[in-house]
Design a protein around this ligand. Structure first.
Ligand SMILES: NC(=O)c1ccc[n+]([C@@H]2O[C@H](COP(=O)([O-])OP(=O)(O)OC[C@H]3O[C@@H](n4cnc5c(N)ncnc54)[C@H](O)[C@@H]3O)[C@@H](O)[C@H]2O)c1
Length: 254
């Protein structure tokens, strides 16, 4: 590509959960747009393979998002290898669930640790460097489950609503520092997380599952200075699912 047109030239990103799914897709897309990317994940083998495939603009670090020391190492790795850090994508996430009365406290504690405490630790570990290397962008991958309830997914929805709230408060606190903070709310996207569900289980008004490529365009936009006046915003990428109920009640009025 014509490097003068690259949208992320000069950006150095740290992406959690980068070994698969949307994290891997975001890593590829950001490097294609001129960024350097530190891929963090607990899946060491897959992460190392992807980094090797992506070449000199990528490096892999072992990162368990629930571990503050791992975050510290990841930031140090970004500085040593690429000299700065100005994009953080809090993408790592897990799903678990169960109906009330069956869902366990262990599952609840675990999902909040990964999906909500993880991003808090990530922001805390990177904030000094993000300010120093501003303009910077923090992108929190929430979910439509951060915009509306989902029966049987209590811990997941609580964690994703929490991440949306963390996004707003961080955006306000950092608004004058050159660090923007926004959340992305995917609907059902085809990744390992949703592989157990059949095509017919798609719940989006568009009538299909989303693809990873349909999320990463928004992530690249939010990482780039194209979105310089956008902070504290929430981006639904969900085939219309968060827009409301898909029941044509109006037809009964005719
Ligand atoms: N797939 C969907 O339909 C969907 C919808 C809405 C939101 N999301 C969110 O998107 C994000 C990415 O999910 P995905 O669909 O690409 O799933 P995925 O399972 O393909 O990828 C998740 C990645 O996170 C990593 N991970 C898990 N626990 C970790 C930890 N403690 N520390 C570091 N990495 C860890 C996994 O190893 C994996 O590589 C998640 O936050 C998820 O909740 C997914």
């Amino acid at each position: 590509m014509d490097r003068s047109m690259a949208r992320l030239e000069g950006k150095v990103a740290l992406i959690s959960g980068a070994a698969s799914g949307m994290g891997a897709g975001s890593s590829r897309a950001m490097i294609a747009e001129g960024a350097k990317v530190v891929l963090g994940d607990v899946a060491d083998e897959a992460g190392q393979q992807l980094a090797a495939e992506l070449g000199h603009a990528a490096m892999f670090v072992h990162l368990d998002v629930t571990c503050a020391a791992d975050w510290g190492n990841a930031v140090q790795a970004a500085i040593s290898r690429f000299g700065k850090l100005n994009v953080l994508v809090n993408n790592a996430g897990i799903v678990n669930g169960g109906l009330l009365g069956i869902a366990s406290e262990a599952d609840w504690t675990r999902i909040l640790a990964v999906n909500l405490t993880g991003p808090f630790l990530g922001i805390s570990a990177t904030i000094d460097e993000l300010k120093r290397s501003a303009p910077s962008s923090i992108i929190n991958i929430s979910s439509i489950a951060g915009l509306q309830g989902m029966a049987g997914l209590h811990g997941y929805t609580a964690s994703k609503f929490g991440l949306r709230g963390l996004t707003k408060s961080a955006a306000l606190e950092l608004a004058r520092t050159g660090v923007r903070v926004n959340s992305v709310h995917p609907g059902g996207i085809r990744t390992a997380m949703t592989s157990a569900f059949p095509e017919s289980a798609a719940t989006a008004p568009m009538g299909r599952w989303g693809q990873v490529a349909e999320i990463v365009g928004v992530v690249v936009h939010l990482a780039s200075d194209e979105s310089a006046f956008t902070t504290g915003a929430e981006y639904s990428v969900d085939g219309g699912e968060a827009a409301g109920a898909l029941h044509a009640l109006g037809e009964h009025l005719n």
